[in-house]
Design a protein around this ligand. Sequence first.
Ligand code: FAD
Length: 425
Amino acid sequence: MLGRMEGKYDVVVIGGGPAGMGAALGARDSGSERVLILDREPDPGGILLQCIHSGFGLHYFKEELTGPEYAERFLENVIDQEVDLLSNSYVSGISYDSSGSKGVHVMNEKYGLSTVETKSVVLSMGCRERTRGAIRIPGTRPSGIITAGLAQKFVNMKGVLPGKRVAILGSGDIGLIMARRLVLEGCEVVGVFEIMPYSNGLTRNVVQCLEDFEIPLHLSTTVAYIHGKDRVEKITVAPVDEKLKPDMNRAWDIPCDTLLLSIGLIPENELSQSLGIKLDLLTGGPQVNSTLETSMPGVFTCGNVLHVHDLVDFVTRESLLAGQFAGEWAQGVRRPNDNIRLLPGNNVHYCVPHSLSPEREHTIYMRCQKPMKPCRLHIGDLKQKKLRFVVPAEMIMVKVKPELLEKFRGDTLRIDILPAEEKTD
Ligand SMILES: Cc1cc2nc3c(=O)[nH]c(=O)nc-3n(C[C@H](O)[C@H](O)[C@H](O)COP(=O)(O)OP(=O)(O)OC[C@H]3O[C@@H](n4cnc5c(N)ncnc54)[C@H](O)[C@@H]3O)c2cc1C
């Protein structure tokens, strides 16, 4: 029931975005009776609520939905499954005792500051955007510099435009989607500037959001200076060399009143850190075993707080699994420890989970470091998969069968992405 929290729980899920709702449903599927979702916002749905464009659910539902439609489908299930859900509830910490029982500390207007007792926890707090401070753009500090996701919230949920003449730094998906959105709302988008020689967004977004609207994408180019006293007046942009250093001799000025930043997302990991959970420096999220359990027994994780996903459909798949395992844990099921460590090799930026067990089939999620085409994914010497192309913006997934893993028991399994013609050693 919405707006309810009562007694002790089997599983408490922190964050009511698609990951949190998927995890709660997975926990109910596993047979856990008492499941609670806590979310700090007034409505569940997470980032999906501000994504009013279509493009969600193509893999999971085989149809194209908007973000709120996708969220609605899960919310209906969550209510049907009698999961308790409490919004306007900020989780400030988690404590645990020697028996393994956990206390989730939550602030809510109705319940005040309280502690909910639970057997297992799923962390699904999503991620947040990098701001100007993260990349230290030189210049003055006028108003008119905001992250693309915040601009999306202003436009789609509050009906407020961030400015009239807009430049966008970074070609992540949120920036691309906002470029189109702002043009449709009557703004002039002067260009998207990307420091890397390739776009950091999905190919479909480059085509549908920039090319279809004739918005220029300047690759290997960055914003080198911001000008303006009270409000942004112009930016200086410059091409970069191979060390990503701006070449000021070839720089030019662009008048604009707004600069949107779409320069990356960071898992929202304050809670994980305060618990002393081991993090992966490459994903920014927790290290997890093949049941998506963190280094803290009984604390599981999924969605963007684990690693930043491009498609919500994959968030759903991952979170149903995390919830399933968290639910089993609450019922006393302890899976054997994983005994195969995964190692990202050539052109593999990271892989999740961090270890595998030969007892089950697994899906490994990974991202490459740089674009390559055509290429081959090598899972040790177990399996090869031909890929037409890989780009850092698009997650790669591969399934591995348990019988293949047997010979790697107690060992390391290295994953490489190599040009199609090269062979592994
Ligand atoms: C602009 C944009 C466009 C996108 N476009 C697409 C698309 O076209 N197609 C597609 O498939 N995917 C798209 N995605 C990706 C998809 O929306 C995300 O991958 C997905 O929403 C991540 O789900 P999540 O539950 O992990 O995180 P979120 O949706 O961010 O949910 C996290 C929730 O946790 C809550 N929370 C955080 N900390 C706390 C706390 N301490 N206490 C209580 N609650 C807390 C937050 O309030 C939030 O509700 C897009 C994403 C963005 C940002």
